[in-house]
Design a protein around this ligand. Structure first.
Ligand code: PMP
Length: 428
């Protein structure tokens, strides 16, 4: 495969954009090589600037659950554009999407729209702090909640990929209020509570971790977290930026039948436009400005074009609830068959799969927290990544990321992925 135009575009981009990218993991720094510049996408496929096409397992890092450029979404957004791009005033559409989300997700009465997952999580912890009048939060090693200061302490995603878990620029004063625990290790959480009695505002976590690769919660881990929060009058925040409207219509809360106190969203709720949101019961949300004293705002929040893309995407999901089961099945088949192929060839690996998220970890048999994920053979993943890329399959460019399966991935795409994986095995 030729990447001639991508190469020259990357060279040019590096002159004007740090690292040539507007978000670090896109730069292929950990897998090496030149990032592919994408020109267009449709359904399950991406087309790059050199005319190469790829089966897409990133799906814009989650939002494109329906596949790319779904005709209903395109039509709705095109129609909306005729009315103007942004007003900075309330619109009826914002109430419509708020109704749709609050009626689909358990345990939330009100929702506030923002422009990214980072903003959603940053605002959620401010709200939790305001509500509880406490300062400290517990987060898990390897979980990523965006790039706001409080979260850049042993974070996942690009922060894990580049091996600099504690970013320069985050002050000690901020870091001191973020307490760390180990994912899937309830004793590590208990011990943080014991050492900080009456000081914990909230636990924030990805109910299915996706930023240290895909790591599902084990056994009754989530239930025990909820119990600990109740015992300590702390809030439980589910960061559903990845899992919201993916695990189920009601997200991970519905999938695991566990209720959180505050829920954050992003990705799918914007249908590919830059949107985030946070939501909770009325008692908590009423602490937020302008009703309450916890301040939070946004010039472009609730932007009509973004709301229309999100509303249309969520409506399509709501009218076809079987989709969640369907894409979970696809993901299960892909992960089970891949595992069988590698194991048959004597290659040790762990494939974690939960709903329509999955990750491949080479050289290790179980991955249930960040330490395990870092012990995986990332060199081998990088080789696998490039082999597939050169054969028309685009995986997330890091072993610390999750593959997102869209509703456009069908048997033919699965077959090709399995076939190219067999060829990869023969090549090594
Ligand atoms: N939370 C989670 C679970 C995420 O996966 C991400 C982004 N991948 C974020 C928060 C931050 O979202 P954004 O990149 O839109 O700021």
């Amino acid at each position: 495969m030729l990447f001639k135009r991508s190469r020259s575009l990357y060279k040019e981009a590096q002159k004007y954009i740090p690292g040539g990218v507007n978000s670090p993991v896109r730069a292929f720094k950990s897998v090496g090589g030149v990032p592919v510049f994408i020109k267009s996408a449709k359904g399950a496929y991406l087309t790059d600037e050199d005319g190469n096409t790829y089966i897409d397992y990133i799906n814009s890092w989650g939002p494109m659950i329906l596949g790319h450029n779904h005709s209903n979404v395109v039509e709705a957004v095109t129609e909306q554009m005729q009315n103007g791009f942004s007003f900075g005033t309330p619109t009826e559409l914002e109430t419509e999407i708020a109704k749709l989300i609050t009626s689909s997700v358990p345990n939330i009465d009100k929702i506030r729209m923002v422009n990214s997952g980072t903003e959603a999580c940053m605002s959620a912890i401010r709200l939790a702090r305001g509500y509880t009048s406490r300062n400290k939060i517990i987060k898990f090693e390897g979980c990523y909640h965006g790039h706001s200061d409080s979260f850049l302490i042993k974070a996942g995603s690009g922060v894990a990929t580049f091996g600099n878990p504690n970013s320069p620029g985050v002050t000690d004063g901020t870091a001191i209020d973020t307490l760390l625990a180990k994912y899937n290790d309830i004793d590590s959480v208990k011990s943080v509570f014991e050492k900080n009695r009456g000081e914990i505002a909230a636990i924030i976590l990805e109910p299915i971790a996706g930023n240290m690769g895909c790591i599902p919660p084990k056994g009754d881990f989530l239930l025990k977290l909820k119990q600990l929060c109740e015992d300590n009058q702390s809030l439980l925040i589910f960061d559903e930026v990845m899992t919201g409207f993916r695990a189920e219509m009601g997200g991970a809360q519905e999938f695991f039948d566990i209720q959180a106190d505050i829920v954050t969203f992003g990705k799918i709720i914007g249908g590919g436009m830059p949107v985030g949101a946070f939501a909770a019961k009325k008692e908590i949300m009423d602490y937020l400005s302008p009703d309450g004293k916890v301040y939070q705002a946004g010039t472009l929040s609730g932007n009509p074009i973004a709301m229309r893309a999100g509303y249309t995407t969520l409506s399509i999901l709501k009218n076809d609830l079987n989709i969640f089961h369907r894409i979970t099945q696809t993901t299960k088949i892909l992960s089970e068959e891949l595992k069988a192929i590698f194991e048959k060839a004597g290659i040790q690996l762990c494939i974690n799969q939960c709903s329509s998220m999955m990750s491949v970890f080479f050289g290790i048999s179980e991955v249930s927290n960040y330490d395990d994920a870092s012990k995986a053979d990332h060199e081998m993943f990088n080789k696998y990544f490039h082999f597939l890329l050169n054969n028309g399959i685009y995986l997330p460019p890091s072993g610390y990321e999750t593959w997102f399966i869209s509703d456009c991935i069908k048997d033919i795409e699965i077959e090709k992925t399995l076939d190219r994986s067999k060829k990869f095995i023969s090549s090594i």
